[in-house]
Design a protein around this ligand. Structure first.
Ligand SMILES: C[S@@+](CC[C@H](N)C(=O)[O-])C[C@H]1O[C@@H](n2cnc3c(N)ncnc32)[C@H](O)[C@@H]1O
Length: 241
């Protein structure tokens, strides 16, 4: 789906590397994004991955990571972000929520994840894909750190520019101030259309991912499952005639 005059305007990966912006975003997330975090957490809790380690990419101020920890009491969540200012807020909220032992945060780029191969049963990300400078590298890293049979679920804004005046009005009705509405609209301009997201995914290490519009949310959803490795024990294979 693509609309005339709707060229993408990237915001840039570093947009949230700033203490004031981090504070501003966290307030926005606290007031307006709770229903999305809860719906995301309920969805991935239903997947029931084999394994307890979960990685949240572009975790920001940690509100999805916290919701994931609440949804599944045996998961151990690691959130990564390039913005230390965002992670400071994430650590505060996690401690306040009594979840510090189950959720930890680390400053890292999604394009160079500091984790061993196959160590996460589930990789999540919300509202971050539209900021990545090199999405193909990030998808390669996701494929590497996901365990065989593990899952990746990514949600992000969808660029439906034709809707942006309506979204601005909706933001007003929800009680967003002018700066909050501007941030929201800029994020939408920086996001992908469903066609663009599909084209990127097709070229990526997650080429068999499903790319969809999340019903009722006007959001982009990406779901991928890593194949179980095919085992082939050559020594025990019968010799060929
Ligand atoms: C709009 S915030 C979303 C935060 C959180 N996921 C949420 O749903 O509230 C996007 C976050 O992605 C982070 N980010 C952008 N590019 C990144 C990258 N390459 N690696 C890690 N984090 C990144 C930003 O620093 C920012 O904190």
């Amino acid at each position: 789906m693509k609309f005339i005059g709707s060229e993408r305007i990237p915001l840039g990966e570093e947009s949230f590397v700033d203490a004031n912006i981090a504070q501003f975003y966290d307030e926005h997330a606290r007031r307006f994004m709770g229903p999305i975090y809860r719906r995301f957490a309920a969805k991935v809790a239903g997947i029931n991955p084999v394994g307890k380690r979960v990685l949240d990419i572009g975790t920001g101020s940690g509100r999805l990571a916290i919701e994931l920890a609440r949804a599944c009491s045996d998961w151990q969540i690691t959130g990564i972000d390039i913005s230390e200012d965002m992670l400071k807020l994430a650590r505060q909220s996690t401690a306040q929520g009594g979840l510090a032992g189950r959720v930890d945060f680390r400053q890292a780029s999604a394009a160079a994840l500091p984790f061993a191969d196959g160590c996460f049963a589930l990789v999540t990300s919300n509202a971050s894909f539209h900021l990545w400078t090199d999405p193909l590298k990030v998808f390669q890293e996701i494929a590497r750190v996901t365990s065989p049979g593990g899952y990746c679920v990514i949600w992000d804004n969808l660029r439906l520019i034709v809707l942006s005046p309506l979204l601005s009005l909706l933001g007003l009705a929800m009680g967003m101030n002018a700066s909050q509405r501007r941030l929201w609209i800029q994020a939408i301009h920086s996001s992908y259309t469903i066609g663009e997201a599909r084209a990127i995914l097709r070229e990526s290490a997650l080429k068999d991912a499903r790319v969809m519009i999340i019903p009722g949310l006007f959001e982009l959803g990406i779901e991928w499952r890593k194949r179980l490795e095919e085992t082939c024990n050559l020594e025990s294979d019968p010799p060929k005639a």
